[in-house]
Write a protein that binds this ligand. Structure first.
Ligand code: PDD
Length: 286
């Protein structure tokens, strides 16, 4: 059976789905997106993702083409129609199709926004690479300055991930003015003497939904958290490192620029946080 996707009000087979060549998401990356994980056929932290979507839209003066309640229903339909047990749902809202291809944003009353959703299967809980950890390389952060808005301008992160792959690593950590910002598609952490250190929330990084949950669970488990920038050198001499994202949960980082972190194996705090996160999210999925 072919994949069913949602495009501008309709559920269609993926091969029949159509988007205008004038869609500004396609022409200008004038679009925002969210990826929400699915566990046991249910959505993880849906409210967090929808709240961030609303913020991304409002920062770019874009309109939501459907209501937030309708969004939940469309997510559920995508899961049901594609029979997804473990994986995620991708959602993208664009500023719509405007034949003028103008750098000035079109009037949202005239040019209506576009919306696309599709689902995917992906092992999240018992995924070997997520449990065993990855090595990362550092790369200069050459993205735009509004990384707090989740836009589809993903060429630079994709370029950096490709550099990592070509060097035999699993991902890249971005570095700006000497400090780590985040990973290509995740937030970055180190652990030193029992303290979890991660960059504070500004426009320099995406405000991860998984980050918020992990920091909440860490505090509840009496772990110490410091929100501040750290360097690659500090990370290399840390006891542990890890990254968080909707599709990776908490994933250990075992090597940075060729240097083993701690024992070179996933550290106890990252492993514990991964367990807590999985348990808690199973309980609250909708
Ligand atoms: N990426 N930082 C960046 C740059 C990201 O792209 C992501 C998520 C995160 C983590 O955010 P969250 O915990 O809300 O997933 C941090 C998604 C998963 C993606 O692009 O596929």
């Amino acid at each position: 059976m072919s994949q069913v996707v949602y495009v501008n009000g309709e559920y269609v087979a993926a091969e029949d789905a159509k988007i205008s060549v004038f869609d500004r998401g396609f022409l200008m990356a004038d679009a925002v997106y969210e990826v929400t994980s699915v566990l046991g056929g249910k959505l993880i932290d849906f409210e967090g993702h929808v709240t961030r979507l609303q913020r991304s839209l409002s920062e770019l003066q874009m309109m939501a083409p459907v209501s937030m309640d309708e969004l939940l229903e469309i997510h559920r339909q995508i899961i049901a129609r594609n029979n997804i047990d473990e994986g995620g749902v991708y959602l993208q809202v664009t500023r719509g199709a405007d034949v003028a291809r103008d750098f000035v944003w079109p009037d949202p009353e005239v040019v209506k926004g576009g919306i696309v959703l599709f689902g995917f299967e992906k092992p999240l809980v018992n995924a070997k690479v997520l449990e065993e950890g990855i090595s990362v390389i550092s790369q200069p952060d050459e993205r735009w300055g509004r990384r707090d808005i989740k836009t589809t301008q993903l060429l630079y992160p994709s370029f950096a991930k490709m550099q990592a792959k070509q060097q035999g690593a699993g991902d890249a950590w971005f570095v700006e003015e000497g400090y780590v910002t985040e990973g290509t598609a995740n937030n970055a952490y180190i652990v030193k003497d029992g303290v979890i250190i991660t960059r504070q929330l500004t426009n320099d990084i995406l405000h991860g939904i998984t980050r918020a949950a992990i920091l909440r669970f860490a505090s509840e488990a009496q772990m110490k958290v410091e929100e501040r920038p750290f360097t690659i050198e500090e990370a290399q001499s840390a006891d542990e490192a890890f990254v968080t994202s909707a599709t990776g949960f908490a994933q250990p980082v075992i090597k940075i620029d060729g240097v083993d972190i701690g024992t070179g194996k996933p550290g106890p705090i990252s492993v514990r946080l991964r367990e807590i996160y999985t348990e808690e999210m199973r309980k609250t999925a909708v």
